[in-house]
Structures are given as structure tokens and as C-alpha cells.
Design a protein around this ligand. Structure first.
Ligand code: KG4
Ligand code: ZN
Length: 336
């Protein structure tokens, strides 16, 4: 069997990324140019700035990825690219670039769903992992519980009704003065706080046991802050952060384990930026051990947006025969 090398491109949000992945699991290079410092000035991602930065960086990032992988475009078997969901202007940069490379080199083009990328990040360091498994995807834009039945075959069994988990982290962090991006900051400061200091609500949704809602816990934090201000009490940032994080982690873990048992899944994966949260990892580990479920998760560098995960997903799509034409377009609200 011939080795398949894929050049993958990711530009759906605020990271310009390119990677070369061999046979879906071996990362030969993983180059990420982050715009976070730039967007921090505005307290969040500014779409127009993101697109402009992607254009400035993308050629250089791809060149580096090829060089680091010690390879050339001639040696690549296919080009994988995220075409949705995401910011349309940001996605278009990667899609146009991938189409241009595909046209110039006459190599197949494989469009990838960003969430499928996050799921596939788990294949990179867990060589023995194969479907079927249950995956919890928690990022800045998404919160999904997905049954991965086969490579590239997904069934969504739960999703957020309002804010994504990462979005809630970012908003709460801003409210307690920790700045952007909030997830990693809450994770860090929580280590100094008491997670039982404040009892924040855990939302259940009637008739949808695997759906999530994070707007309630977010509002509860905001109310808590306002009431502290009214009473002229000092806000205990570490306690608020730890208690908020605990409420979110509790819901994520409980619902994931419930779903794993209900659907008879003995393997659970977590993915997306929030999957690098240390409290989530710890709580999920304990719960899975107790239920005799094998838990998999990627290293933090493969949890947040990167192109290696897109290369892993593109490989399995390529093997299935997925090919896109030069009419491939960015789809900001792409469904899985
Ligand atoms: O997957 P990702 O890079 O981008 C999206 O596709 O959305 O996820 C970014 C999100 C942000 O909301 C960020 O605050 C959150 O992941 N995040 C974390 C941690 N690291 C990143 N949330 C909680 N704890 C962390 N350690
Ligand atoms: Zn993402």
C-alpha cells in the first residue's frame, strides 16, 4: 500500500494553519500562525481583521509546512481544506488557496468539515483508536455529542441550545476581568479557587437528555458579580472561576457518560479547544475509569484549531472517495 500524504489547510477562525499528514495519523509538520494577540486588543475575533491576516500569512505558513515535512507539492497526494463552518471571509482564504494549489498541481481537492477535523485530532496520537466511539466536541463555536459510527460517519445526539462551552468560558472570563481568550485563563486561575464556593446552576433540557445550555450559568455568574458590586463586596475571582468551571465540567461529563452508557459505547473521545481544560480532562478521566470506558483526548496543540486535524480527517474522506471540484465554496454554517 502506497503512503498517502495530504497537505491540509485551516483558516476558519483566527489561526492560519497548514500541515502535512501521512496516512491520516502521522504528522510530518504542523504550522500555526495565531492571530490571538491581534484580536485581544478588541476582546474577541474581528472577522475582517482575521481574513486580512490569513491572506498575509497563508503562503508563508504552507511553505513552512512543506519544508518542515521535508516534502514538495509534487510529493503530495491531495489537498485538504476546511470549507465550513466558520467565518466566511476567513474560510474563503483557505478554500481559494487550496483550489489554486489543486488547479496548479492537478492534485485532488478534499473539503473537510471543521468539526470532523476536531474529532479526527484524536486519531493522531491514539494510533489504536478506531470507530465506533462517542465524541464530545467542545470549542469556541460548538458543543456537540456525536456518535462516530465509522470513519466519516456521524450522528449528532446532542448539542448546545445557546452558547458554546468555550463561548461561555470566554464571556465569563471577560466579566471577571481575565480578558481574551478566557478558557485558558479560567483554567489557570481556577487552580487557586474553591470550586464549591458558589453553587451555579446546571441546566437540564426536558426531552433532550444530551442537549446543553450554558446561557443560564453565564447569567448566574453575571448576577453574582452584580450582587457583589451592589453589596460593595470584593469579587473572589478564583472562586467564581472555579465554581463556574465546575458547573460546566459537571454537565459535560455527566451527559457524556450517560450517552456512552445509553448507546453502549466503550470508547469516549473529547475534542475542540475546551478539551484541553485540565478540570474537564481530570473529571472525565475519573468518570470513565469508574464506568470502565476508555478515554481518548488530543494534546492541547491538537485540541485548539490546527491543520493536522484537518489532514487526518481529509485522509479518511480521501479514502472514501470524497473529491471536490474547483467550484468548492466556503459554507459558514455547514452541517455535519
Ligand atoms: O477549537 P478552538 O480553537 O476554536 C473553535 O473552533 O472554536 O476553541 C477555542 C475555544 C475558546 O473559547 C477558548 O477559550 C477555549 O477553546 N479554550 C479553553 C481552554 N483552552 C482553550 N477553554 C477552557 N479551558 C482551556 N484550557
Ligand atoms: Zn475549532
Amino acid at each position: 500500500n502506497k503512503d498517502i500524504k495530504i497537505l491540509a489547510i485551516e483558516s476558519s477562525c483566527d489561526e492560519t494553519a497548514a500541515s502535512v499528514v501521512k496516512n491520516g495519523r502521522e504528522v510530518l509538520s504542523n504550522v500555526i500562525s495565531s492571530q490571538i494577540a491581534l484580536h485581544t486588543l478588541y476582546g474577541g475575533v474581528v472577522p475582517e481583521i482575521a481574513s486580512r491576516k490569513h491572506i498575509e500569512k497563508i503562503n508563508q505558513v504552507i511553505e513552512e509546512a512543506l519544508k518542515e515535512a521535508n516534502t514538495t507539492l509534487e510529493d503530495i497526494d491531495a489537498i485538504g481544506v476546511t470549507y465550513g463552518p466558520g467565518l466566511v471571509g476567513a474560510l474563503l482564504v483557505g478554500v481559494a488557496e487550496a483550489k489554486a494549489i489543486s488547479y496548479a498541481t492537478n492534485k485532488p481537492l478534499v473539503g473537510v468539515h471543521h468539526i470532523e477535523g476536531h474529532v479526527s485530532a484524536n486519531y493522531i496520537e491514539n494510533k489504536e483508536l478506531e470507530p465506533p466511539f462517542l465524541c464530545l466536541i467542545v470549542s469556541g463555536g460548538h458543543t456537540h455529542l456525536v456518535l462516530v459510527k465509522e470513519y466519516g460517519e456521524y450522528e449528532i445526539i446532542g448539542r448546545t441550545r445557546d452558547d458554546a462551552a468555550g463561548e461561555a468560558f470566554d464571556k465569563v472570563a471577560r466579566a471577571i476581568g481575565l480578558g481574551y481568550p478566557g478558557g485558558p485563563k479560567i483554567d489557570k486561575v481556577s487552580k487557586e479557587g474553591n470550586k464549591h464556593a458558589i453553587e451555579f446552576p446546571r441546566a437540564n433540557i426536558d426531552d433532550a437528555p444530551y442537549d446543553f445550555s450554558f446561557s443560564g450559568v453565564k447569567s448566574a455568574v453575571l448576577n453574582h458579580i452584580n450582587s457583589c458590586k451592589m453589596k460593595e463586596e470584593e469579587i473572589q475571582v478564583a472562586d467564581v472561576a472555579a465554581s463556574f468551571q465546575n458547573a460546566v465540567v459537571d454537565v459535560l461529563v455527566t451527559r457524556t457518560i450517560k450517552a456512552a452508557k445509553e448507546f453502549g459505547m466503550h470508547k469516549v473521545c473529547i475534542a475542540g479547544g475546551v478539551a484541553s481544560n485540565s478540570a474537564l480532562r481530570q473529571a472525565m478521566k475519573e468518570a470513565c475509569t469508574k464506568e470502565e470506558i476508555s478515554l481518548f483526548y488530543p494534546s492541547p496543540i491538537f485540541c485548539t484549531d490546527n491543520a493536522a486535524m484537518i489532514g487526518a480527517a481529509a485522509y479518511y474522506e480521501y479514502k472514501k472517495g470524497t473529491r471536490h471540484g474547483l467550484d468548492l465554496n466556503a459554507v459558514p454554517n455547514l452541517k455535519i
